[in-house]
Design a protein around this ligand. Structure first.
Ligand SMILES: NC(=O)C1=CN([C@@H]2O[C@H](COP(=O)(O)OP(=O)(O)OC[C@H]3O[C@@H](n4cnc5c(N)ncnc54)[C@H](OP(=O)(O)O)[C@@H]3O)[C@@H](O)[C@H]2O)C=CC1
Ligand SMILES: N[C@@H](CC=O)C(=O)O
Length: 351
C-alpha cells in the first residue's frame, strides 16, 4: 500500500483529433499505473473541439467522450455536459483547472487558436503542455516570459511533443547536454515528408504516400505544412529558442520543401548507400549568430542519419562537452505525441 497522498490534477484539453483522442486513451488506459506509481489522478474537467466543448467540474467520462469522437461528432453533443459553441479560449477563461493540454491545429500565420489559449491558461496560473507548434513558433519569447522557462515561480510550460512527438529532443538538448557549447545541428524532424521521400524512393507515387501518412494520423491538418518544409522549420525555430537559446523566428530559416525532389536524385543517393532527407540544419557562424535552413539534402553512407527508416525521425546534436549524440525514434503514430505530453505532465507534477 502506497502511503503518499493522491494528487488530483484537473485538466482542460483543447483539440480532440489525431493527438487529443489517443492522449485521452492513454490517460484512460494508464490511469491505474499513474495512481500506483505517481499517486496522480488526471481528471478531465473541460474538453474542446471545433464544435464546442464539454464541461464537468466533477470530471468527464473519458469513455463517453471517446465514443462521441469515434462517431465523428463534436464533444459538445454530449447530452448533459455538452456546451455547443463554447470555444477553446472560452473554456480556458471559464473553467477552473490546474493544467491545459493543447492540441489544436498548428497555424504559422497567427499561431491561433493555440496562442491565445496558451496565453490565457498561463495568465490564469495553469500549467500548460503543448503539442501544437504555432504558439511556440510565433510567441516563444513571450510565452517563456509568462512561464517558468524564464520566470521562476510562474506556471510551467512544456512542449516536448511539439518537436518530433515522442523523440526526446527538447529534453536531450535542454537537460542532457546542459552546459555544452552546441555545434552544427541536423535533424529529420517531420515524419510525413520523410515517409513520402522513402516511399517515392521505393517507387510509390507522392499521392499514395501522402494518403498513407494521413491514414497514420501523422500529417498536419494542412499537409502542405509538412511537404513544403514549414513544419520542420517550425520545429527548428522551437529548438533554436529552447535548446540553442538563440531568439529565432520563422523568417530566419531558409526553407525549401520536398516537392521538387526527383526520382533521379532519390536513385543517385540510394546508389551511394545514402538517401535524400528533408534536413533541418543549424550552424553556428560566429558570436551568437546561427544560420538555419530546411532543404532536401542527399546524405552519403557515412552520415549518422543515412539509414533512417521510413517510419523513423532522427537528429544529431554536436556539443564540445558531450560529443556527437544521435537520437533516432521509431514511434510514428500520434500515440507517441500523447505519450510525450504525459511525460511533460509528470515532469510538472513530479513523484
Ligand atoms: N499528428 C501528429 O502526429 C502530431 C501533431 N502535433 C500537433 O498537434 C496538434 C494537433 O494535431 P492533430 O491532432 O494531428 O490535428 P487534427 O486535425 O487531427 O485535430 C485537431 C483537433 O483540434 C480541433 N479544433 C480545430 N479548431 C479548433 C478550435 N478553434 N478550438 C478548439 N478545437 C479546435 C479539431 O476539432 P474537430 O474534432 O471538431 O475537427 C480536432 O479535434 C497540431 O498542432 C499538430 O501540429 C504534434 C506532434 C505530432
Ligand atoms: N505532421 C508532423 C506531426 C508531428 O509533429 C510530422 O509529420 O512530423
Amino acid at each position: 500500500m502506497n502511503p503518499r497522498a493522491v494528487r488530483t490534477v484537473r485538466f482542460l484539453l483543447t483539440g480532440l483529433g489525431n493527438v487529443g483522442v489517443p492522449l485521452l486513451e492513454i490517460i484512460q488506459s494508464r490511469a491505474s499505473l499513474l495512481m500506483e506509481r505517481y499517486r496522480l489522478e488526471l481528471l478531465p474537467v473541460g474538453l474542446a473541439d471545433s464544435g464546442g466543448a464539454a464541461v464537468s467540474p466533477n470530471g468527464l467520462d473519458i469513455g463517453a467522450v471517446l465514443a462521441v469522437k469515434r462517431a465523428r461528432h463534436s464533444v459538445a453533443s454530449l447530452p448533459v455536459e455538452g456546451r455547443p459553441g463554447l470555444s477553446g479560449r472560452d473554456l480556458v477563461r471559464e473553467v477552473k483547472a490546474d493544467l491545459l493540454l493543447e492540441a489544436t491545429p498548428t497555424s504559422f500565420q497567427d499561431g491561433q487558436p493555440g496562442l491565445d489559449i496558451t496565453r490565457d491558461a498561463l495568465s490564469r496560473g495553469m500549467a500548460a503542455v503543448l503539442a501544437s507548434k504555432g504558439p511556440l513558433v510565433l510567441g516563444f519569447q513571450e510565452l517563456a516570459g509568462m512561464s517558468d522557462l524564464e520566470s521562476p515561480g510562474r506556471p510551467p510550460l512544456r512542449f516536448s511533443a511539439a518537436v518530433g512527438a515522442s523523440m526526446p529532443l527538447v529534453n536531450v538538448g535542454r537537460r542532457d547536454l546542459a552546459l555544452g557549447k552546441l555545434g552544427r545541428f541536423e535533424g529529420v524532424l517531420n515524419s510525413t515528408s520523410h515517409l513520402l521521400l522513402c516511399r517515392m524512393a521505393e517507387g510509390r507515387t507522392y499521392e499514395a504516400a501522402l494518403a498513407e501518412a494521413q491514414a497514420l494520423g501523422i500529417a498536419e491538418t494542412d499537409p502542405t505544412l509538412d511537404v513544403d518544409g514549414w513544419d520542420t522549420a517550425g520545429k527548428l525555430v522551437i529548438l533554436a529558442n529552447a535548446v540553442m537559446r538563440v531568439p529565432t523566428m520563422l523568417k530566419d530559416v531558409a526553407v525549401t520543401g520536398m516537392r521538387g525532389v526527383t526520382r533521379a536524385e532519390l536513385d543517385a543517393a540510394k546508389a551511394k548507400g545514402g538517401q535524400v532527407l528533408l534536413l533541418a540544419r543549424g550552424e553556428p557562424v560566429g558570436g551568437e549568430q546561427w544560420e538555419w535552413s530546411v532543404r532536401p539534402t542527399a546524405v552519403d553512407s557515412a552520415h549518422p542519419l543515412a539509414r533512417l527508416g521510413a517510419m523513423e525521425m532522427g537528429a544529431v546534436f554536436r556539443s564540445d562537452l558531450h560529443g556527437v549524440n544521435t537520437v533516432i525514434n521509431g514511434e510514428q503514430g500520434a500515440r507517441g505525441t500523447g505519450a510525450a505530453m504525459l511525460k511533460d505532465v509528470l515532469e510538472i507534477f513530479p513523484d
